[in-house]
Design a protein around this ligand. Structure first.
Ligand SMILES: Nc1ncnc2c1ncn2[C@@H]1O[C@H](COP(=O)(O)OP(=O)(O)O)[C@@H](O)[C@H]1O
Ligand SMILES: O=C(OP(=O)(O)O)[C@H](O)COP(=O)(O)O
Length: 403
């Protein structure tokens, strides 16, 4: 992959450089609860601006339905990015419309703009190649050069990630270079025992990764919303918990294959349940019940791993030499369901393992719960992206930067 240094051989002064970042940060209303992804890409933006480029930053936020939706506006991110860069960041209220065109046209050398959420446009995520290409053409018209630095989104075959770089001279940004450098170590020569902890809510995206992990990992620990598809596959009651019904046969096969291959597959022995998903804004006490994982009551939702599971998982991580962790163990955004995630983070710090924590929410959880991010081996800005990288898959957003 070309680097920014390669791209800047003829100078960057006055050039319009499009930076595809992943600024998909957690928000409560318009308040950013963790700015890790903004801080991670800010040095790339500063480097380009310092070289005199006119920097056009673009990202998605959340999963809006291809049309403007104020809840997913990047406006709060523009303000925070400006604070981190120590300069104004002009915010365009659309992505390729009049506001974007006028904002880009008004940019001076060394100035920075942030476009509104790419996913407010159906073309960004479309499966229709022509629709994606048409949107990429509109984005390309705004810029002279392209820098891909949104590591968290490189597994998405989206217009700004995959189609746009083919239309402009392009390079990988410094964040992508760092991320790939660290993750390569986990694919090339991993120190064993190698434990992988999987949780979170993007269950359909991430269950498939287990297929590959069964060939690589020595131990796989399951938490978060992942748990209940496994419990159901084993024939247990899961109440109203998150479940991926269409994956039940696949999950049964994983459990069988883990046994055959001698991979230790660890599921929770107890879980915290409540009648409903908690109100994350109010954070009022919800008085969860601890129940055995094989005896969940009907009508209740599993929201965190329980106290016995916390101890069990800590013991399974204590002697690992390498740990990769993606996905919180529970709904950590509410204090009643943060203990599982806290326990896994603490277990990684207590062990001497090289630990990689990947994912927007996992990385945010570690920081929000008060852990020192520098105490971990690597905090990756990508969850799905790092998992697919470890799987050895061709990632569209990395392939597009190679030539
Ligand atoms: N048992 C559960 N039920 C529903 N959601 C859960 C559960 N456990 C964790 N979550 C949610 O998972 C989300 C993070 O999942 P995900 O996006 O897959 O992780 P990451 O961003 O680290 O890749 C968090 O917002 C958390 O509240
Ligand atoms: O948050 C992200 O991924 P992650 O939750 O796997 O870390 C990325 O911004 C990608 O978002 P998407 O999963 O909506 O494509």
């Amino acid at each position: 992959m070309k680097t920014i240094d390669d791209l800047s051989k003829d100078g960057l002064a006055g050039k319009r450089v499009f930076v595809r970042a992943d600024l998909n940060v957690p928000l409560e209303g318009a308040t950013i609860t963790d700015d890790g992804r903004i801080r991670a890409v800010a040095p790339t933006i500063a480097k380009l601006a310092d070289a005199g480029a006119k920097v056009i930053v673009a990202s998605h936020l959340g999963r809006p339905a291809g049309a403007p939706d104020e809840r997913y506006s990047l406006a709060p991110v523009a303000t925070r990015l400006g604070e981190l860069l120590g300069k104004d960041v002009a915010f365009a209220t659309d992505t390729v419309g009049d506001s974007a065109k006028a904002t880009v046209a008004a940019l001076g050398d060394g100035e920075v703009t942030l476009l509104e959420n790419l996913r407010f446009n159906a073309g960004e995520t479309s499966k229709d190649e022509a629709e994606r290409a048409a949107f990429a053409d509109q984005l390309a018209a705004l810029a002279d050069l392209y820098v891909g630095d949104g590591f968290g989104a490189v597994h998405r075959k989206h217009a700004s990630v995959y189609d746009l770089p083919a239309k402009l001279p392009h390079a990988a940004g410094d964040l992508i270079a760092t991320e790939v450098g660290v993750l390569r170590k986990l694919t090339d020569d991993v120190r064993r025992p190698y434990a992988v902890v999987l949780g979170g809510a993007k269950v359909s995206d991430k269950l498939g990764v287990i297929d590959h992990l069964l060939e690589k990992a020595d131990r796989i620990l399951i938490g978060g919303g992942m748990v209940f598809t496994f419990l159901k596959a084993q024939g247990h009651e899961i109440g109203t918990s998150l479940v991926q019904e269409d994956q039940l046969p696949a999950v049964r096969e994983y459990l069988t294959r883990a046994e055959e291959r001698g991979v230790e597959f660890v599921l929770p022995v107890d879980v915290l349940v409540a009648p409903a998903f908690p109100d994350l804004a109010a954070k009022a006490a919800t008085h969860p019940e601890t129940v055995a994982a094989d005896a969940m009551p009907a009508g209740k939702m599993g929201l965190d791993i329980g106290p016995e599971t916390r101890k069990l998982y800590a013991s399974k991580l204590a002697d690992a030499a390498t740990v990769f962790w993606n996905g919180p163990m529970g709904v950590f955004e509410h204090p009643d369901y943060a203990d599982g995630t806290r326990a896994v983070a603490q277990a990684l710090l207590d062990s001497s393992a090289f630990s990689v924590v990947g994912g927007g929410d996992s990385a945010a959880a570690v920081r929000i719960l008060g852990f020192d991010e520098n105490a971990f081996g690597h905090i990756s800005t990508g969850g799905g992206a790092s998992l697919e990288y470890l799987e050895g898959k061709t990632l569209p957003g990395l392939a597009a930067l190679e030539d």
